[in-house]
Design a protein around this ligand. Structure first.
Ligand SMILES: Cc1cc2nc3c(=O)[nH]c(=O)nc-3n(C[C@H](O)[C@H](O)[C@H](O)COP(=O)(O)OP(=O)(O)OC[C@H]3O[C@@H](n4cnc5c(N)ncnc54)[C@H](O)[C@@H]3O)c2cc1C
Length: 366
């Protein structure tokens, strides 16, 4: 069996890895480089129980466990480590001392306060997102998967229009027994080819600093100097860098992933926000100023499963803020579904694409 996966983000490459573990031939088609989008520019923060009580609980818990297993078994380094995670309050305008419940890491501004522990090494962890996504692709390739550099331009259907037979890649039809749309926010474009619900992109900016403080993840509630509130997230990494995100963008998703750029002034603003929390971090060298779009759906849950009415067509996208965490559990469970194994991985029914109305492709401008 040959499965063609459209998109080389963390979802597409994780699926390729789990398919190839089972001896299924996987072809990943990627137009702008593996991990060029959110899967290379995210926080890489993982939490075991933060989705408890929601429809994501099983996917997240399995994702967390699989990350630990993969880190121990794949023989590659993507900076996986368990960390303590703290909740911080900071303000550039007022004293927040009354929120202080725990001692602050010594690299935080004197005016910030740690109000609680959000997770410990048993429940929270970090990865380097690009390194993880690339390792999934490399692990898949070692087991026979192939990466095709090219742009998916459509899905090939059988004459009755009810079965996928491959995809059109840069004008050439590539045959497959099954096709999976895993193009992150660009999965919206696949609504032209298949009866799929809408997927939207929400833009976020991030900075990577040349700075390695103590290993801890921080979720900050910040009041800026101009009285706005913000929620930066700070993830020091074992490669000597620190990642900061937490500033959204206004621009719409460009058709070409290579055209995603930071907006004017956004990275300077994120750096000023960082300075209110961690002055030495904000003063260090900036290694990357970047932006990316996370894929979201109308009800906030991912779309994972068969495309209604088209045999052999599947979708795996819309993972929003938990795509890194939930990529392995998505890959494992979708592999079981495609391979016809009813008992493999988590129950995907809460994420069935059929729960949402299909988007009228006529509303998409070309
Ligand atoms: C700022 C930010 C921080 C985040 N932090 C975290 C975090 O800490 N933890 C966590 O779990 N998640 C986090 N996320 C969410 C996570 O990054 C995403 O959910 C995840 O990366 C989505 O992966 P994906 O594979 O679906 O999409 P993408 O990474 O967008 O990959 C889609 C791929 O499809 C390719 N593609 C598009 N169109 C075509 C085409 N026509 N032909 C071929 N290829 C195509 C693109 O080039 C791209 O490589 C964060 C997201 C953002 C924006």
């Amino acid at each position: 069996m040959r499965v063609l996966i459209c998109g080389g983000g963390v979802i597409g490459t994780s699926l390729a890895y789990f398919l190839s573990l089972r001896g299924v031939e996987a072809l990943v088609v990627e137009r702008a480089g593996v991990a060029n989008a959110a899967s290379g520019k995210s926080g890489g923060f993982l939490a075991r129980d933060w989705c408890d009580g929601s429809p994501l609980e099983a996917l997240a818990r399995r994702g967390f466990d699989l990350h630990a297993e993969l880190a121990g078994s794949l023989g590659r380094d993507w900076g996986y480590r368990r960390v303590e995670t703290l909740g911080v309050v900071a303000s550039a305008r007022r004293d927040v001392g009354r929120f202080r419940r725990l001692p602050s890491p010594d690299w935080l501004a004197g005016g910030s306060a740690v109000h609680g522990k959000l997770g410990g090494p048993d429940t929270t962890a970090q990865i380097h997102p690009a390194a993880f996504t690339e390792a999934m692709m490399a692990g898949a390739a070692e087991r026979g998967a192939r990466l095709i550099e090219g742009c998916v331009q459509g899905i090939a259907l059988a004459p009755d229009g009810a079965r996928a037979t491959g995809a059109v890649v840069d004008g050439t039809e590539v045959a497959a027994d099954a096709v999976v749309i895993a193009m992150g926010p660009w999965s919206l474009l696949a609504c032209r080819w298949l009866p799929l619900p809408a997927v939207y992109g929400i833009k976020g900016h991030s900075l990577v600093f040349d700075y390695e403080p103590s290993p801890v993840s921080l979720f900050v509630e910040l009041e800026t100097g101009d009285g706005e509130t913000a929620a930066p997230e700070i993830n020091p990494r074992p490669d000597g860098t620190t990642y900061v995100c937490g500033l959204s963008g206004e621009h719409a998703l460009p058709v070409d992933p290579a055209d995603v750029l930071p907006e004017a002034g956004a990275c300077a603003r994120l750096r000023r926000m960082t300075a209110s929390v961690a002055p030495a971090l904000a003063a260090s060298r900036v290694l990357a100023e970047q932006a990316c779009f996370r894929p979201v759906t109308a009800d906030g849950l991912p779309l994972i499963g068969p495309v209604p009415g088209i045999a052999g067509a599947y979708v795996a996208t819309g993972h929003s803020v938990w795509g890194m965490l939930n990529a392995p559990s998505t890959g494992e469970a979708l592999t079981a579904l495609i391979a016809g194994d009813a008992h493999g991985g988590v129950d995907l029914r809460p994420y069935d694409p059929a729960r949402l109305e299909r988007l009228d492709p006529g509303v998409l401008v070309s």
